[in-house]
Design a binder for this molecule. Sequence first.
Ligand code: PLP
Length: 458
Amino acid sequence: MDTATFNDIGAVVQADRAHVWHHLTQHKPFETIDPRVVVEGKGLWVWDATGKKTLDAVSGGVWTVNVGYGRESIANAVRDQLLKMNYFAGAAGTVPGAIFARKLIEKMPGLSRVYYSNSGSEANEKAYKMVRQIAHRRHGGKKWKILYRERDYHGTTIAALASGGQDERKALYGPFPDGFVAVPHCLEYRSQWGEVADYGLRAANAIEEVILREGPDTVGAIILEPVTAGGGVITPPEGYWPRVQEICKKYGLLLIIDEVVCGVGRTGTWFGYQHYGIKPDIVTMAKGVASGYAAISCTVTTEEVFEAFKDDSDPLGYFRDISTFGGCTSGPAAALENMRIIEDENLLENTTRMGERLMANLRALQEKHAVIGDVRGKGLFCGAELVANRETREPLPEKTVAKVVAATMARGVQIGMTNRSLPGLNNTLCMSPALIVTADQIDQITDAIDGALTEVCG
Ligand code: PLP
């Protein structure tokens, strides 16, 4: 590595400004200001090129770095594995690939097979391809449609976007492939049916209405986030999941659970779906699997789904899919060490305890600041929806919400907000600190938000 060049931070920033196209970012401001370049992380702390130190309350911006920055043991595990065997195409097995799959399956009773790829989008694409191939092979080409929920997000590729329920992410990228059909969201605070006695049941029944409208023989699967992330941190209402499970059974739908955000500890259990007694057919995961130390995603299935791809009487009777970098061994090597850390440091327990503290602090802020309309969350995964008017629930304008985020950052804490999700509804502050967060750090996060709300909203 050319250390001298790496250490010339001024040159690094200028190289970035001149040549890097940043994700999800409007670049016009960089004509006059420098982009942010991060240079170092330790625990929850991040240092940027200007020397500013920030407490990261969003685990790398997008709820990813679950075990915190600067983990030497993960770096060592990856290094050792890379020197031994860095890569082989996934038609062959590898040592960390096999051992991590076994360990993962131990945490997921009812599931048995792990398919490796690189990103959340890709993991979901694999799930869709499984559904489609099953439709062709088992249902004569019928049951090919896949339902998704308004406000959920499943990735950035064209098919994953087609199954996304966030209009601002989809805008200007159509036309999309056929066969992805929306069902209503389940955020009671923004109820589509006014005040109903049993909102959870109502929202789940809305799925059945869509199935009946489309024709049950055309619908093969539904994909859902256990707790919706970027769409506004939406925890499922009481009664929702049992009814969803019933509906899937009744109409023969495969249930795909997208654990890209919730997976591997974020909500205080290994997987978000495990809070709700759900029995999925396919589970996808990515971000927290290796906490961003290496790229890895997994599409995990039941043995029944796997068996559908074992027909050797047909040359096309297996899962004809590959992900070149799904054969990188750095991913499962990092994931194994990541999981060991979560177990040995009791991070699921810490997540539950610190998540409760974060929620309690946010509820106290809600008492104090009328601008907080609703507080939601599970484990270390929380959102505070900001409103201009508590009675009417009129959303706070996005620009004002962005000012709150900036004012929190000025106080040394980075939080997030719903970003290009739904028109007029980019108004939820998001918090997802690493699972190692301490009580003092939780208080520091909410103190900064408190100060920011006072400054921006009065
Ligand atoms: N699913 C969910 C719930 C996500 O939040 C994301 C990304 O934010 C994805 C899928 C896509 O993951 P990736 O960006 O790794 O493709």
